[in-house]
Structure formats: structure tokens, C-alpha cells
Design a protein around this ligand. Structure first.
Ligand SMILES: [Zn+2]
Ligand SMILES: [Zn+2]
Length: 107
């Protein structure tokens, strides 16, 4: 999940409450909107090269979409591992025991 925030330039002329209160979202200027957050392990922090919240949202969705697509591509689900054949193992155990039993009774 990425958070969008307006990164005001040093020379930003917007003299608004949101800027003074350092609110993430400010609609009073055209400074670049940045995305910040974690996608997988590395921290994602990057300018979205737009001052438009709608465009920034679109870009964020695209970035998150791509990230989740990569997640799904990860291989080797545990279900694909060959399960131990319990019946065969049982059979082995029983025939072993039978052999031992026979041996024990014949001695
Ligand atoms: Zn600004
Ligand atoms: Zn503002």
C-alpha cells in the first residue's frame, strides 16, 4: 500500500492551511506528488512526476498492480511437493513386523 503525498518545492507559493499543517494532501498547488510505502521488502519512495491527484492515484494503482502481479508469479506452492505415500509406508511396516514376528517365533 502506497501513500500519496504532496512534496512542496522550496519555492512553493501555496500559502494554505494544509501546507502549514504539513498535511499529506494539498490541492492548492502543482508541486509533485510522491508515493511512499512498502511494496514487498524494499521501501518505495518516488516522485510520480505529476501535480495532479487523479493522475497520481492512477500511477499508484499501476505500481501496486504490478507489484501484486509479481507476488503471484512466485513459484513452488507446498501442494506441489510429492506427498509421502502413507499406504506404502504402512505396508512396509507391516511386512517388516510380520518377518520379525515369524523370526521371533521360529527361534
Ligand atoms: Zn506546493
Ligand atoms: Zn493546500
Amino acid at each position: 500500500m502506497l501513500i500519496l503525498w504532496r512534496r512542496h518545492k522550496a519555492g512553493c507559493a501555496a500559502d494554505c492551511r494544509c501546507r502549514k499543517e504539513k498535511k499529506r494532501e494539498c490541492h492548492c498547488c502543482r508541486c509533485s506528488i510522491w508515493a511512499d510505502g512498502y511494496i514487498g521488502a524494499p521501501r518505495f519512495r518516488q516522485s510520480l512526476d505529476t501535480g495532479d491527484w487523479a493522475k497520481a492515484e492512477q500511477k499508484r494503482r499501476k505500481i501496486e498492480d504490478e507489484a501484486s502481479r509479481q507476488d503471484r508469479g512466485s513459484p513452488a506452492s507446498p501442494a506441489e511437493q510429492e506427498p509421502v505415500l502413507i499406504e506404502a509406508a504402512c505396508e512396509d511396516f507391516l511386512s517388516n513386523a510380520r518377518a520379525h514376528g515369524l523370526k521371533a517365533s521360529t527361534v
